[in-house]
Design a protein around this ligand. Sequence first.
Ligand code: MSP
Length: 681
Amino acid sequence: MSTPFYITTPIYYVNDVPHLGHAYATMVADAFARFHRMRGDDTRFLTGTDEHGQKVEETAKKRNLTPQQLVDEVAPRFDEAWKTLDIADYNFIRTTSEKHKQVVTNLWHRIRRESPEDLYLASYQGWYCVGCEAFYTESQLVKDGETWMCTTHKRPVEFIDKERSWFFKLSKYAEPLLAHIKAHPEFIRPDAYRKEIVSFLESGLRDLSVSRTSFAWGIPVPEADPDGMKHVIYVWMDALTNYYSDLCPPDGSLDGADAKNYFPHAIHLIGKDILRFHAVYWPAFLLSAGLPLPKSILATGWWTVRGEKISKSMPATRIDPIKLAQALAVGPFGMPLGIDAMRYYLMREVPLGNDGDFTFEGLFGRFNADLANDLGNLVNRSLTLIAKFAADHPPVRDDQFHSDGHENPYWQLEVHAFETVRVVAREFEALAPSRALELLWRFIGQANRFIDQTQPWAMARSKDPALGHALWCLQSSLWTIARMIAPVLPATSHTLLGWLGDTGPVTWPEGVDGRVFTQAPQLTAQPPSGAMFPRLDEPMQAKILAAVIGDEPGAAPAPAKPAESAKPAAPAVAQITFDDFAKLELRVGKVISAVAIPKKDKLLHLHVDLGEAKPRSIIAGIAEAYKPDALVGSQVIVVANLAPRKMAGLMSEGMILAAGDEAILGLSALDRDVPPGTRVR
Ligand code: MSP
C-alpha cells in the first residue's frame, strides 16, 4: 500500500480574481503533489473557492447581482486560471456545492452529539472585519483617530451590537491543542509559526461566535433558535470544512473510507494571515466532533510586489500570474516554459514560510543566471556535444573509466548526482522547495564544470577512448536533472526528457548503492531545437515589464520616462552615460527652516543652506512623512541645478532627494557632518 499524501490550498474568496499571491500557494502545492506522485505516493490535491459570507454578499450587492450569480461567475475563473497555469490533477471544491453544505450540516450535528455543551446561544457584541471575516478584540486592532481599524485590511471594522449568535466553546480547547502541538511538532510549520500559536494558546482562548443573523448568504444552522432567529453558520466554520468534505461520499457522511484514509495525512498549505483559523479553530472543531486532526498546517509568508502590499488600490501590485507567465514565454516553447520560469522564481527566491518581495529585477536575475545560463547552457552544450560525437563514440557506460576515486571526474559526477537525488528528495519531503532547488542547482553547476574539465571536443580530437563514457555521464546527468526538476519545472522536464528520448512515466530517480546513472533508460539525444530560456536582454525585460504591469498606477516607469520616480528595483530605466550623470549638480544642504503650506497636505516649504549667499527656498512633497520641526538642522542632498519653478505659489529652487514614490520612506542621508554646499558625486 502506498502512503497517502493529501495537500490542500486555501480556498479563495470569490470577491476577487486570482493574483500572484493566490497562484503562489497553488503552485507550491502543485509542486509537492507532483513530487509525491513521482514517488508513487497515493496523492490527493485539493483547491477551490470560498463562496459564502458577508463579504461575498456585499460584493454581489454592489454589482447588482445575487450572491449565487456572483459566485457562479467568479469561481470558474479560479479553476480556469489553474488549468491555464497547468496545475495538475487537483480536485476543485466549491463551498456552495450540495455535498459540502451537507457535510457542514453533518459536522454541526456531530459536534452537538459528541460535545453537546460546545454550542450554545448567546449574544455577540464586538468588532468584526468583513475583509477577514473575523471577530476582533480592541487589543487586536489599531485606532486611527476615533476609528478602530483592521491591521490586515487597513480599513474600519464594524461594530456588531448584541447580535444573537451560536457560540462555540473554543476556551475548552486551549489545553488539548497545546498538548497536541507538543506531541506533534510537525503540526504547525515552520517553527516560528508554531511558537506564535503556542503563545496565543497560552494566553487563553475566548469562545467563538459561529453563526450570524444579520445576513443570509451562508449555510443555515440546522437547528431552531427558540427566539425564531434565522442563523447562518460562520463562514470560517463552513470554509475550513472543505478540507474534509471533499473526501466525503455524495451523501455527505463524515465516516467514508477516503476521509479515514487521507484526512490524517492532510497538509494544509496556507498564507500566514489565516494561520489562527487553521491552527486553532479548525482543530478545535474537529476535536469537538471527535474527528481526527490533519497532519500539518504549513504556513507561507506574504509576497509584496516591489515593496508594496498587494492591494486593489495599487493595480500594479496585483500581478496577474497568467499575464506574467505569457510574458516570460520568450523562447520557442511558449507558455509552458513561461509558467515554469515563474514557478522557479517564486519557489527558489524565498524559503517557504518567509515573506518575499517580488521584483522584476530579481525575476530577470534568476531567469538569466539560473535558467538561461546554468540550466540552459548545460542542456545546449551537452546535447550538442552528444549529437556531434555520438556516431563515433556512442554514449555507453564503460566501467573501466568509472573507478572509485576523488580524482576521477566520471565517478565524482555520478556520486554527486546520487547524493543530489537523495538530498533534493529529502528537502521536498521536508516541504522546503527553495532548498531543494538550491541543492539541485549545485549539481547543475558541477555538470557544467564537468564539461569544462573533461573537454569532450578535445577528447574527440585526440580520439580518447573514454569519450563515449564521458558522453554517457553527461546524458545521464541531464536525465537525472530532467527528472528532479519535474515538480517545479514540469514543462522544462518534459521538453528535456523528449530530447533524451525518454517518454516513460516521470518517476523520481531512485539511486542504488551510489549509482543513479545506471537507471537511465536507453537514451538518445536530439540536438535542442532552440534555447529553452533565451537570455533576457534589456529590451526584452522592458517588454515583459510593459506586458505585465503596463501603465497601471504605481507601475515602474517605462524606460524613456524620467528616472526620478523609479522604484529602486525597476530594471527598465534607461541607462545614462557618465556625462549625463555629470550634468546633475548634487550638493549637501542643511535645513534651516521648515514650515507647512496652508491647504497643501503633502508639501513643506524649506529653506536650505547650500553654502551660498542666501538659503534656497525649496518646496518638498514630504509633509506626510515629516513634521517640519523634525527637519530643522538635518543634512539633505539637494539637486542644486534643477531649473527653478513655482509650486503652491512659492518658488522652488531645487529638489531634495528622498526614497519612496507614492509614500516617502526616508530622506537621503550622509554618514557624517559635511559643510553645506559640498558637492555629491
Ligand atoms: N477564503 C479564505 C481562506 C479559507 S481557507 C479555508 C481566504 N481567501 S483569500 O482569497 O483572501 O486568500 C487566500 C490565500 O491567498 C491567503 O491566505 C494566502 O495564502 C494567499 N495570499 C493572498 N495574498 C497573498 C500574498 N500577497 N502573498 C502570499 N499569499 C497570499 O483567506
